[in-house]
Design a protein around this ligand. Structure first.
Ligand SMILES: NC(=O)c1ccc[n+]([C@@H]2O[C@H](COP(=O)([O-])OP(=O)(O)OC[C@H]3O[C@@H](n4cnc5c(N)ncnc54)[C@H](OP(=O)(O)O)[C@@H]3O)[C@@H](O)[C@H]2O)c1
Length: 243
């Protein structure tokens, strides 16, 4: 794909929030999606909009070269990095230290941190003074150290806190080579997806948002990104959360 207008890139596009973002962004212009899954057949972009799908596992370091090649010279203006994991069939978030296992912590780091790192490495050559990028990594409020009053969820909290520190570092490095780029982490709000399913029963109805509403909110945050938000952890309304 070589669209005239710079594209919006959505990584982790098969997830609940990623899919909703994909649907929203396909209505607006050229889109590149990245997922471990193949391109969904049921979605079609409106006439004139271009959609490139890259099948890759961003938690694998080999994805850096593969994605870099496929992106080639494609100009990219906006990135939503959505990859993340909280639980799987064998693992639920830890309630105590004794439930913390190194292998699950490493899986969490691969999905919640390295998937974002590898994507930035694949894109890095294209980010320049002339080609700034607005980047949002989906993080979580529970990754805020200052906000942690409850404990538990060790692997998720630790990996999201690591993601937040990486975002801060990336914001400093890219600021030097691309002063108009804006890099931030964002808490999407508790959203009705597979990730939050096991924990939804404890929530009041107005604390759980549809993926479509979250996609609209994150699209607005992206549209309104300002230099004051660079290198920060944002709430879904764009306000700044404590690290
Ligand atoms: N839902 C919420 O309430 C909530 C709250 C706070 C933060 N978040 C964050 O928002 C982001 C999106 O969450 P979601 O609710 O849409 O969750 P989801 O439906 O479970 O989707 C998770 C995404 O992460 C990717 N992923 C999962 N495991 C992976 C692995 N081992 N290696 C590489 N990629 C992996 C998947 O990408 P593929 O496309 O490759 O399958 C998928 O797109 C996550 O970072 C999550 O932590 C969600």
């Amino acid at each position: 794909m070589h669209a005239e207008a710079p594209a919006t890139l959505i990584a982790g596009s098969h997830g609940g929030i990623g899919q909703a973002l994909l649907q929203t962004q396909l209505q607006r212009g050229p889109v590149i999606s990245i997922s471990r899954q193949p391109q969904p057949a049921q979605l079609t972009p409106p006439a004139g909009h271009v959609w490139q799908h890259i099948q890759a596992d961003l938690s694998d370091p080999a994805s850096v070269a593969a994605v870099q090649t496929q992106l080639a010279e494609q100009p990219i203006a906006r990135v939503f990095a959505c990859s993340g994991i909280l639980h799987d069939a064998q693992h639920q978030p830890e309630k105590s230290l004794s439930q913390l296992h190194s292998e699950w912590l490493l899986t969490s780091m691969r999905s919640n941190v390295l998937s974002h790192v590898h994507l930035a490495q694949a894109l890095s050559k294209q980010v320049s003074k002339r080609s700034p990028v607005h980047w949002l990594s989906l993080s979580a409020k529970v990754g805020s150290i200052e906000d942690n009053g409850l404990g538990g969820w060790y692997s998720y909290r630790m990996s999201k806190a690591a993601l937040n520190m990486w975002i801060k570092n990336l914001s400093i490095e890219w600021q030097r080579k691309s002063p108009d780029s804006i890099v931030a982490a964002v808490h999407p709000g508790t959203t009705d997806t597979e990730l939050s399913k096991p924990f939804q029963s404890r929530l009041a109805q107005d604390q759980l948002y549809s993926a479509e509403l979250t996609a609209q909110r994150l699209s607005r945050v992206m549209d309104e990104l300002s230099p004051a938000q660079h290198g920060k952890l944002l709430f879904w309304d764009g306000s700044i959360l404590p690290w």
